[in-house]
Structure formats: C-alpha cells, structure tokens
Design a protein around this ligand. Structure first.
Ligand code: GLU
Length: 512
C-alpha cells in the first residue's frame, strides 16, 4: 500500500515551499491510489506553536489538498501529532540502546560545544567528539551520581558509507565519518526531528517521502537509523528549492509567507494550485494549464525536475486571470462576493443572471485577481461619480461637450432604459446577457427595455443628427457616466447604470 505524508512543523503558516511539498506528496499518493497523511512535527518546543495549526489546515484545504489520516480526522496509526507520541519514542530509544545502535551521553551543552571546537582546531569536522560513546561503567556511574541526565545519541557505525537512491537526485552517497553521532532523544524525553521522523515514517508505514533538498543530510541519518532498526526506509525524493526570479533564494518580498494571502488577494485556489504544481514539474511541453484529474493521470515523483524552478509572480497572475476567464458565470459571481462586501448588498448575489451577473460579467475578462473588482465596478453604484483627471480632461477639451451631455440627457428621458440598481430591473437584466458581443443587432432581443446595442444605435443617430463625429461624442459621455476613460463597452455601462443615475450623472457633468 502506497502511503505518503506531509509533515509540517507548526512554526508558521503554510508558505509556498510547504504548499508545494504538500501538493507533490498529495498528488503522488492520489496518482498511485495511495493514502495521504498529515502529521504534525512539533517536537521543537521553542519554535512550535499550536496556534499555527488552524492556519496550516486552512491553507491546505483552500488549495484542495485533503488528507486521509491526520490530527483532526484521525486514522488507524495515530495520534498524528508528535508530542502525543512520546512513549513510543522512549520505547524505540530503549530498543536501540539495548541493541547497541545508540548510547547515553552525559555531556552538558558546554562540553559538547568545547568538543566541537577541539575537533575543528584539529582540522576535523566540527562534530560531537563522541566522548560518551564508549563510556566505562564506573565513569557512567560517576556522571549519574553527579545528577547528570542522559540524552541518547545515535551510534553511527564506523567506518562505512550510506547511500540514498534518491528519486530526484539519483544515487547519493556519503561516508559515515561525515555524520554526527546525533542526538535522538533529549534528557527530558523529547525526541529530535530525525528520530521522531524515522519512528513515525516506520510506524505510519510511509512508502515515499517528497521533501525539500535541505533535508538531504537528514536523509542519510534517517537511512542509517532505518538500517539500525532492521527496516527498509521509504523512497526519498529531495527536490530543489524554489528560486526567486533572479535564480537566487526566494525572498520574502517575492512570495507570500502564508499561502492564504493569495486567497485574500483574490487569486483563485485552482490557479494557485496549478501554478505551484509547475514549480518543479511540468505537464507537457506545450501546456501549463490543466485540471486536477489531468494532473493525477500524469503525475509521477520520478518526473520532478532536478534543477531549481523560479517563482514568477507575473505568470501566477496570468494563470489566475486565465482561470477567472474560464469560470462559469455563476461561479465567478459567487467567488467575487467576498471581495465586494460593503459595496454590494449580499442579496444582490442571489442571481448570477441579474444586475450583478451582468455588471461582473463585463469584467470577467478584465481582471486577474478578484480583489481588482471592487475598484473597477464601484462606478456603477451611487447616484454621483467622481471624475478622474483623464475623464475630466475628455470633457474639458471639447468645447461643446457640456451641451451634448445636457441634450443627451434630455434625449434619454424618452428611451426605455432599465431603472437603476437597486430598483427592480430583473426583467431587463434577464433579457440581456452582458458583455454585449460586437456587432449585435439593436433588435436582437425582444424586450420592453432598450438593451446595449439599441442604445448604441440610438446614440449614433443622435450624434449624426447634430453633425458630431461619434468617436468624439462617446468620450465625454463615458467620462460623465463612469468617471473614467476606460472600461467595458460604453453602452453596456449605460444599460447597467440605468435611467435615474445616467441622467443625474450626465446633468451633473453638463453643469459641473
Ligand atoms: N517537519 C519537517 C519540516 O517541516 C518535515 C521534514 C520531512 O518531511 O521529513 O521541514
């Protein structure tokens, strides 16, 4: 049975690197029909804090990474939090001591440090000098009598070599001399990472481990410990770090420190998921966008790249925009709702075919992240609109503009424009689906209300009757109605704004 795990330490929120590690382990488990486990590695008591757990869980869930066994969902091989497994580590330590694969060390931290310095001065690696490795019984008794408490160290067999058949890096070997007699269990009974990790990978029957290459050195210690326990280690894949755009270590400025920041900025989870997948793996030479099903049909740990991939926020933004464009209208409206709080009342979201669906629909191709929406659609609410400098300029540079705006307001009085939101305009919005495709005939839809193409047709006739070029006429009108010079089709905007507001704004600009 294939079993993979993600084993975060609760020392902070889920960051980009952690999310990628989780994603690859999840994808490998799913692709192989295996089990995905979440395990909390909280034995570093100084750095761990349970307050991070809900954020980590939420980050994973937001990305759609679900675990089959874990602290909250339970499972047959729990508990899944290391601090709840201390008796197990004590048992393993005892067994390793008895079998001669570990030894008790009575050195104080100062003595360990002094030993390291001596090793360094002698031109050797600054490691523990192994002074407790072969302690005579009398010496041990003396240290115990002094009241010293033992930590338990791994007894690295000397000489020898250890090899990892790494699924990403290939075969890598080091000599045992390079490996410290590392501490497995502290005097207070709390295990160190490498020890708890091996005991748990063994007990939880983990078959594959995908993790960052900073853990390669730990991998050697872990493989040796599996050997001491007479067990087979999991298959390891130590994957390259995520790099910044310049090819150096990814900086905090470039990527978020909490994956949920992307949610709060309005990136779609599927897009972030898709993008993270590509930080070390590729779907095919010519496709970057794919569904989860397509990913799982293809994903294999063996295909994770050997060289570091660069994080590129531009590409993530592009991908988010691509996902936004392809959302069904109703999903898009639902996803937008949290970003429009305070601007749009919640009940307006009840129907994706109503006013809001039409308004947002005009922006679906124009935003990359949903947080852009509020600023872009704000013009459509409120009786008045503030004109930006460019918009003001469009009115000021045409000597006749104010007269046109006043006359156009008079003219629109007699057209069946829909009423302004929040009046009930559902009949109008149900009849026309915006944005209006170019070239739509004015009478394409039978409705008592004038739709965008009829409004455009009518405006052309209005300008022509006054001998004004349509191109010159539309700029001041857009400025007066929306306060800006950019945006969706002008007559989509006029339709959305509705009669009362359109007239009020045209008149305000005509006299302003
Ligand atoms: N708790 C370790 C970390 O957060 C896990 C390393 C591993 O996957 O073995 O880096």
């Amino acid at each position: 049975m294939t079993r993979l795990r993600f084993a975060p330490s609760p020392t902070g929120p889920l960051h980009l690197g952690g999310a990628r590690t989780a994603l690859y382990n999840w994808a490998a488990a799913r692709a192989m029909g295996g089990t995905f486990i979440l395990r909390i590695e909280d034995t570093d008591r100084e750095r761990s804090d349970d307050k991070w757990l809900p954020t980590i869980f939420e980050g994973l869930r937001w990305l759609g990474i679900q675990w089959d066994e874990g602290p909250d969902v339970g499972g047959p091989l729990g508990p899944y939090v290391q601090m709840q497994r201390l008796p197990l580590y004590a048992r393993y330590a005892r067994a390793l001591l008895d079998a001669g694969h570990a030894y008790e060390c009575y050195c104080t931290p100062e003595e360990v440090e002094a030993g390291r310095e001596r090793e360094k001065a002698a031109g050797r690696r600054p490691m523990y000098d192994r002074r407790c490795r072969e302690l005579a019984a009398a010496e041990r008794a003396r240290l115990v009598a002094e009241g010293r408490k033992a930590s338990i160290r791994a007894k690295i067999p000397l000489p020898g070599t250890v090899t990892i058949e790494d699924l990403c890096k290939g075969e890598i070997t080091v000599s045992h001399e390079e490996i410290d007699d590392w501490v497995m269990l502290r005097p207070d009974g709390i295990p160190l990472y490498n020890f708890a990790c091996v005991v748990d990978d063994l007990e939880m029957r983990i078959t594959h481990v995908v993790r960052g290459e900073e853990h390669t050195v730990n991998g050697f210690k872990q493989v040796l410990l599996f050997a001491a326990l007479g067990a087979t280690p999991p298959r390891y894949a130590h994957i390259p770090l995520i790099l910044g755009k310049d090819g150096r270590k990814l900086s905090k400025r470039e990527a978020v420190t909490n994956i949920l920041e992307y949610r709060d900025k309005g990136f779609l989870a599927d897009a972030v998921f898709n993008y993270i997948t590509l930080l070390g793996w590729s779907f095919s030479g010519d496709r970057d966008v794919f569904t989860r099903e397509e990913l799982l049909a293809r994903f294999s740990i063996d295909d994770i790249g050997k060289s570091g991939s660069k994080f590129d926020e531009e590409k993530l933004l592009w991908m988010s925009g691509d996902y936004v464009r392809r959302l069904p209208r109703a999903r898009f409206v639902a996803e937008a709702q949290p970003f429009l709080r305070g601007l749009v009342p919640d009940d307006a979201f009840a129907s994706a075919t109503g006013f809001l669906g039409n308004l947002l629909g005009c922006y679906q191709e124009r935003v990359q992240v949903l947080a852009e929406l509020a600023g872009k659609v704000a013009w459509a609410f409120g009786d008045a609109v503030a004109l930006d400098d460019e918009a003001r300029g469009k009115i000021e540079k045409e000597s006749e503009a104010r007269a046109w705006l006043a006359q156009y307001a008079e003219h629109l009085e007699n057209l069946p424009l829909p009423p302004s939101f929040p009046s009930d305009r559902s009949a109008a919005d149900a009849a026309f689906v915006l944005p209006t495709p170019p070239g739509t005939a004015p009478d394409a839809v039978a409705s008592p209300f004038a739709g965008p193409s009829r409004l455009e047709h009518d405006a052309r006739a209005f300008a022509e009757a006054r001998g004004v070029k349509f191109g010159r006429f539309v700029h001041p009108v857009r400025a007066a109605l929306t306060g800006t010079t950019k945006g969706p089709g002008l007559f989509d905007c006029l339709f959305l704004l509705g009669k009362e507001r359109a007239l009020a704004r045209l008149r305000a600009a005509a006299t302003g």
